[in-house]
Design a binder for this molecule. Structure first.
Ligand SMILES: *Cc1c(COP(=O)(O)O)cnc(C)c1O
Length: 388
């Protein structure tokens, strides 16, 4: 490795850049997780965390990555052989679907082209074909991190309501929470799954479940085996500010600080900033003559943009050149998109000039890798940043 100066540009769609304030908070000495100081931290933090999910109900925190929080959502609400409906929006939806299968659930996958979100009309048809209400849960990835496509959760909810179908709605917001407008209570979501290392600006290591009333009721009769993931012992211990296991104390210090930063900026402003950065990025991509992978303007992601290269070019080579020359990491194409796309993360802790620097690196990297893109792309993005 050549020696590097300045900061590495971490522009993958998670893990994201950690603010210095959060980093410093995490560096504090670990305390007794059964002592009064810890209980105070938990009891202060939980209501602030709930506000970010847009819920007045409980949010369970696990010392786990987002994958663990996926499992918790399923095993707390479902029983062996229950029918579950998943939407193939991309790589992460596919992984959650596979997990549901491996847990012994009877899973239907609505096929997708990885360029659109979960289709409300497809949901309507599946529900219409299930008059006896055998489908117990619908799993949707809100922001598909492999494609940069954001599903319209409110419309999916409306479709369930119009069909009068009682299936639970389980939503993965790992890469949308604190980036893209999301409201657990108002949108009638039953379980919201999230993680620490994307919009929340923390290192990896915390997984979350926001739990609605219907999900809590379902948990009373759900029979899938669970122990560590069981919500109830966590909810019971949380009443007093504690956990039934050793919590990730230092990550909770970081979470406390990250939540403070989100409150200072204001959630609507956080969402607007992400939308603006996403718009500037798409403007550059279009001006470069390249394709944004997402095909429906209603579903453009505020968190990341996946850029589709013409067949003749290798997205992995572009990423390599950019890492080597400009010390910037971009997201790789995942699953069936490997080599075809690269992903620009614009979520979490960044500002206009971070994005401008990132887009400058992408433009120079494309040109060096032999993808003929005009330098007008960066200029067009700067115009959006200057005037927006
Ligand atoms: C990152 C991500 C996950 C996986 O979370 P891990 O923390 O890697 O286990 C799940 N879903 C989405 C949408 C993600 O972006």
């Amino acid at each position: 490795m050549p020696s590097r100066t300045g900061r590495h540009f971490l522009q993958i769609p998670g893990p994201t850049n950690i603010p210095d304030r959060v980093q410093r908070a995490i560096a504090a000495p670990t305390i007794d997780h059964r002592g009064p100081e810890f209980a105070e931290l938990t009891l202060r933090l939980l209501p602030c965390l709930e506000a970010v999910f847009g819920t007045s109900g409980p949010v369970v925190i696990y010392p786990a990555s987002g994958t663990g929080a996926w499992e918790a959502a399923l095993v707390n609400t479902l029983s062996q052989g229950d029918r579950v409906l998943c939407f193939e929006t991309g790589h992460f939806a596919t992984l959650w679907h596979r997990m549901a299968l491996s847990l012994g659930l009877d899973v239907d996958l609505v096929p997708g082209d990885w360029r659109h979100g979960a289709d409300p009309e497809a949901l309507r048809l599946r529900l219409a074909a299930d008059p006896r209400h055998t489908i117990k849960a619908v799993c949707v990835v809100h922001n598909e991190t492999s494609t940069g496509v954001t599903s319209r959760v409110q419309e999916l909810r409306r479709t369930l309501d119009e069909a009068g179908h009682p299936a639970l709605l389980l939503v993965d917001t790992v890469s949308s929470l604190a980036c893209i407008d999301y409201r657990h209570d108002e949108w009638g979501v039953d379980v919201t799954v999230a993680g620490s290392q994307k919009g929340l600006m923390l290192p990896p290591g915390l997984g979350f479940n926001a739990i609605g009333e219907r999900a809590l009721a379902a948990a009373r009769t759900a029979r899938l085996p669970k122990s560590f993931w069981d919500w109830q012992p966590v909810l019971d211990a949380n009443e007093h500010g504690f956990f039934p296991h050793t919590p990730a104390t230092n990550l909770l210090y970081g979470l406390d600080e990250a939540l403070r930063m989100l409150r200072e900026e204001g959630l609507p402003e956080v969402f607007a900033r992400h939308a603006r950065h996403a718009a500037a990025t798409r403007t550059a991509v279009k001006e470069w003559g390249l394709e944004v992978l997402c095909l429906d303007a209603r579903e453009y992601s505020g968190s990341l943009t996946a850029v589709l290269l013409p067949e003749a070019h290798d997205a992995e080579k572009v990423r390599e050149v950019i890492l080597d020359r400009f010390d910037m990491s971009l997201g790789a194409g995942l699953g069936r998109l490997a080599g075809r796309v690269f992903r620009i993360g614009h979520l979490g802790h960044l500002n206009d000039l971070t994005l401008a620097g990132a887009l400058a690196g992408v433009q120079m990297g494309l040109q060096l890798a032999g993808v003929p893109v005009p330098s007008a792309g960066l200029d067009a993005a700067l115009d959006v940043l200057r005037t927006g």
